[in-house]
Design a protein around this ligand. Structure first.
Ligand SMILES: [Fe+2]
Length: 291
């Protein structure tokens, strides 16, 4: 479904204090721990265990309430996305993290925005997607979770095709797209050309401080020869540095938004292409209203 097939969201947005007030942060923390049915807990191999842990592919979630629905119901249509991407998660190649002087929700809003590539990453991410991105961008939303799928530019897809051939990379699907799957509240999974997968986790540290952690997976064929393996090593170094550069482009913008949010006199207004952000606010509003 194209984003402009639906009217703009009519969600009420959270007042600014949820981004700036330490007491509100404490309330929110309790609501997320006590009222959210499931929360992302890590990946297979992380040592996350317990009777309250359930898996969707290699993604592990902790059951937080006795009345939680089955995990597959909570994840809805995106359970299938996590399962397909799990095929890449046997090939970790790098992990990194950056701290932001911003509330965790600003990091999430930032990554869910359709205009994100064109405004925050005009020289890095944006040229990689089709110039007519509005026409090709498809968004699926279900409850608090969502996925945006972007068509890669033809030359980007050709470039990835060569990388797959030279590095003997595996693909989990035959799609020339950049996909972004968001699982409320803190997990998002980016995938490129259905081969490289980056698993991001947004970790709240304080009302005005967060850490973004990400792990990069680049699956290669087990039978790859030494030349392909050598090529992959060089590729990993390049992709790891690029991932860090892209996050460093996000950081100052999120920090400026944090400073501006502190001066806001009321909630903002969402535009036509910000429905995924509206879902975030709507879900949190619901979680917080009985606190
Ligand atoms: Fe970004």
């Amino acid at each position: 479904m194209l984003n402009y097939d639906q009217p703009p969201p009519r969600h009420s947005l959270l007042p600014p204090r949820w981004f700036t007030d330490p007491a509100a942060y404490g309330t929110e923390e309790r609501a997320l721990a006590g009222r959210l049915p499931w929360r992302y807990a890590g990946l297979t191999g992380d040592g996350v265990e317990g009777a309250d842990i359930a898996a969707c592919g290699s993604f592990l979630f902790r059951r937080q309430g006795a009345d939680a629905p089955p995990l597959a119901d909570w994840l809805g249509p995106f359970a299938a996305d996590l399962t397909t991407r799990s095929a890449a998660l046997d090939s970790p190649v790098a992990r990194d993290a950056v701290e932001f002087a911003a509330n965790w929700k600003i990091l999430v809003e930032n990554t869910l925005d359709d205009f994100h590539g064109s405004t925050i990453h005009p020289q890095t991410i944006h040229p990689a997607v089709d110039a007519d991105w509005r026409r090709h961008l498809a968004t699926q939303r279900a409850g608090p979770h969502s996925r945006s799928s972007w068509k890669l530019a033809d030359d980007t897809a050709t470039w990835w095709g060569k990388l797959v051939a030279r590095g003997a990379l595996r693909r989990f699907a035959d799609q020339d797209r950049y996909d972004h799957v968001f699982i409320f509240p803190d997990l998002y999974v980016a995938s490129f050309f259905s081969t490289m997968v980056i698993v991001h986790r947004v970790v709240p540290l304080a009302v005005d401080r967060s850490r973004l952690e990400w792990r990069i997976f680049l699956p290669g064929a087990a039978t790859a020869d030494a030349r392909a393996a050598g090529f992959r090593r060089g590729l990993v170094a390049m992709l790891t540095a690029s991932a860090r550069q892209v996050i460093e482009e996000d950081r100052p913008v999120c920090e400026q938004v944090q400073a501006a949010r502190a001066a806001a006199t009321g909630p903002g207004i969402l535009g036509w292409r910000e429905q995924r952000i509206g879902d975030l606010h709507a879900t949190l509003t619901q979680l917080l209203e009985t606190e």
